[in-house]
Design a protein around this ligand. Structure first.
Ligand SMILES: [Zn+2]
Ligand SMILES: [Zn+2]
Length: 333
């Protein structure tokens, strides 16, 4: 491939626009609302309408100097002869892959993505390209995510087995919380689901944007005895603090792709680890790389080396990108 028109820090060479920059920039294209991709303080932000709504809800109307909504599938001409369009990444509501076209070459930056069904996110769309910049959060062969419906079934069996206890599920407030609630509804769990206060705003935003989550209540408003046999969704950081002592003998659960690492679950004192991931696993990553037809692969955002090695074995040009991350690096795993 001739010199790509994207630099290795995800800056468009013809116009200086960055994708998911970790530092404030004049112009940025944002793949989705998680804090390791979207941040406060860019001059102008181009993103999907859902992502812009999420950024405004989290950080305020003035989180960027100006907002440019680009719906999925529409194209926009950028300075320097670059055309951009956004395509569903299936990761959280509004999450997008960025397709860039310049002089007949196509580059796709996946952002975070997954290909499993998820009623709370627009379904992943495969984009053919010459250069693929893929995430690699779960880029090791050990990561083979189970079916989410099976994990939810384990949770429901635990609730049936312990009708006097509350089940507290640690979930990131953006994406994971709404997905777990939606999976519970799909599994026929129609009882009220209780929310820690930190979950309320983003659940309400999902509802406003057409994602039905059913009967949600604030856990603070419920008495201890009412909470027996109920499900409470809380931030992972809250499940072990004083807040959860108001609940009857809580079963501590966490929903995360990392819960497949048994030691990690044990160390965090999680009684019921639920392996529910919003990222592609090892098989999905490899399948996607192959199906895009890209001859050059840049791997970022996670465990780059194993995936780079696998790509090279397939005869692809591949290299890791070492992009500076900042503190909330694991939001929404
Ligand atoms: Zn994310
Ligand atoms: Zn991410």
């Amino acid at each position: 491939m001739p010199q790509p028109f994207l630099t290795r820090d995800l800056r468009l060479a013809p116009n200086g626009i960055y994708i998911d920059p970790p530092q404030p920039q004049d112009r940025a294209i944002i793949t989705h609302g998680h804090a390791d991709h979207a941040r406060f303080g860019h001059g102008a932000v181009l993103a999907t309408p859902d992502t812009i709504a999420i950024m405004k809800a989290r950080w305020g109307e003035d989180a960027a100097g100006s907002w440019d909504e680009l719906p999925f599938g529409e194209t926009r001409q950028l300075p320097g002869g670059v055309t951009v369009s956004l395509h569903p990444a299936g990761h959280i509501l509004g999450s997008a892959q960025v397709l860039l076209e310049h002089k007949g070459r196509r580059i796709v930056v996946t952002g975070d993505y997954k290909r499993l069904d998820d009623r709370t996110a627009q379904p992943f769309e495969l984009c053919k390209c010459d250069l693929l910049v893929t995430e690699a959060t779960f880029g090791l062969p050990v990561f083979q995510h189970p079916r989410p419906a099976d994990e939810i079934a384990r949770l429901l069996r635990s609730i049936a087995a312990f009708p006097d206890r509350a089940h507290v599920i640690g979930c990131y407030a953006l994406g994971k919380a709404q997905r777990v609630i939606s999976l519970l509804r799909e599994a026929g769990h129609n009882a009220p689901i209780y929310l820690h206060g930190a979950m309320v705003k983003l659940c309400a935003l999902y509802e406003e944007r057409g994602i039905r989550l059913g009967d949600l209540r604030l856990s603070l408003d419920a008495s201890k005895s009412e909470m027996a046999g109920q499900i409470v969704i809380a931030p992972p950081s809250a499940i072990k603090d004083r807040w959860s002592r108001r609940l009857p003998d809580p079963v501590l659960a966490v929903a995360s792709g990392w819960m497949s690492v048994k030691q990690r679950a044990r160390q965090s004192g999680v009684e019921l680890p639920l392996v529910i991931s919003d990222h592609a696993d090892w098989n999905e990553l490899r399948r996607t790389i192959t199906e895009t037809g890209a001859e050059t692969i840049w791997v970022t955002h996670g465990r780059e080396d194993a995936l780079v090695y696998w790509c090279q074995q397939q005869g692809l040009l591949a290299e890791p990108l070492r992009i500076e991350a900042y503190e909330d690096g694991e939001e929404g795993e």
